[in-house]
Write a protein of this length. Structure first.
Length: 343
């Protein structure tokens, strides 16, 4: 996927939109500032699910997902002992489609149309927070869907994981296959018969948690969107995310949930009149509070923690990155990317 110009945004210099720090009201979805006529970004709080029939281009899954498969992925791990395919779960107060229809439907017909996924363009896992692209019109929906299909959407994340991750930027390209584990939950595993997946680790900073436990803050960019892609790839590397029990991660008391946050989302559909979107969203308060429990290891860790705690754009913190990675460009074309790392 081609990134934006070297300035880092598809708008004028400095036009990246800073989503309001989700403080007050961060437990409820809301429109982030800066939306256009056809495209906007919604704040997705942790605990809210997106269950839809569409090609999901995010870390929640990819490919044509139809209920109950999509529902199982989104609701995975929510309540132990309760079937994820329980039809009642789709009517829960924390279903994002229901919120969109109720709050945005009166002014935007697309928000009431299930065949257009209520205008929602992708998914995030249940416990992942961050911006979601939402089309406020059918025109915006169709044009933005094209951008997702062509992989011309920029998706960046920040996570905390177990152990010290090497700081040098690199690509993880192990193919992933969605399977059902013995406990009945869906998860992704590395498999030669799996679908191609490409995760870019743009930099990592070493941390120490309470008791001297090793951890890392990692900046991630997705170039594909398999189910639980970030979680599966880092888990396979021996660095599962904090709070991610499904993939072998620890659940320390100071980390309230899965520490995975979508910090930037950008796409450009202006060629067809659909508008552009470039939103940076700082950490919510629960993850921000978790950072106060860790100490940095060295200068890079200190700098990254400072930026995260202040709600800054972590994209300006490059940890031993090459110029190509700093400019947000992959060193290979899409057709070649899956051969970058031989795992």
């Amino acid at each position: 996927m081609s990134g934006p110009p070297s300035g880092g945004s598809w708008g004028p210099p400095g036009s990246i939109l800073k989503g309001a720090p989700p403080g007050r009201g961060e437990g409820e979805p809301h429109l982030l500032p800066g939306g256009g006529q056809h495209l906007s970004a919604l704040w997705k709080p942790p605990g809210w699910v997106v269950t839809a029939e569409y090609e999901a281009e995010d870390e929640g899954g990819e490919g044509v997902c139809r209920p109950p498969f999509a529902a199982e992925e989104a609701l995975e791990g929510t309540v132990q002992g309760v079937a994820a395919s329980d039809p009642g779960a789709l009517q829960a107060p924390c279903c994002l489609q229901a919120w969109v229809g109720q709050h945005l439907g009166p002014r935007h017909p697309v928000a009431l149309d299930a065949s257009a996924q209520h205008g929602l363009l992708h998914r995030l896992d249940r416990d992942t927070s961050g911006p979601l692209a939402w089309a406020s019109s059918f025109r915006g929906y169709l044009l933005a869907r094209l951008e997702f299909s062509l992989r011309r959407v920029r998706k960046e994340y920040v996570c905390l994981c177990d152990g010290h991750v090497p700081s040098s930027p690199r690509f993880l390209a192990a193919p992933l296959e969605a399977v059902r584990s013995p406990d009945g939950l869906k998860r992704s595993v590395v498999s030669a018969s799996g679908a191609g997946a490409l995760t870019e680790l743009r930099g990592a900073a070493g941390l120490l948690g309470p008791g001297g436990t090793a951890a890392s803050a990692v900046r991630v960019r997705l170039h594909s969107g398999r189910m639980h892609q970030i979680r599966a790839h880092l888990g396979r590397e021996g660095h599962p995310l904090l709070g991610d029990v499904l993939y072998g991660g620890s659940g320390p008391a100071w980390c309230p949930r899965l520490f995975l946050h979508s910090r930037r989302l950008a796409l450009d559909a202006r060629g067809g009149g659909g508008g552009a979107l470039d939103v940076a969203c700082p950490l919510p308060s629960d993850l921000g509070a978790a950072l106060t429990a860790v100490q940095p290891v060295g200068g890079p860790g200190r700098a990254l923690l400072l930026r995260l705690s202040r709600g800054g754009d972590t994209g300006v913190i490059e940890l031993h990155g090459s110029r190509m990675c700093q400019e947000g460009r992959s060193p290979v074309r899409i057709s070649e990317r899956l051969e970058v790392v031989n795992e």
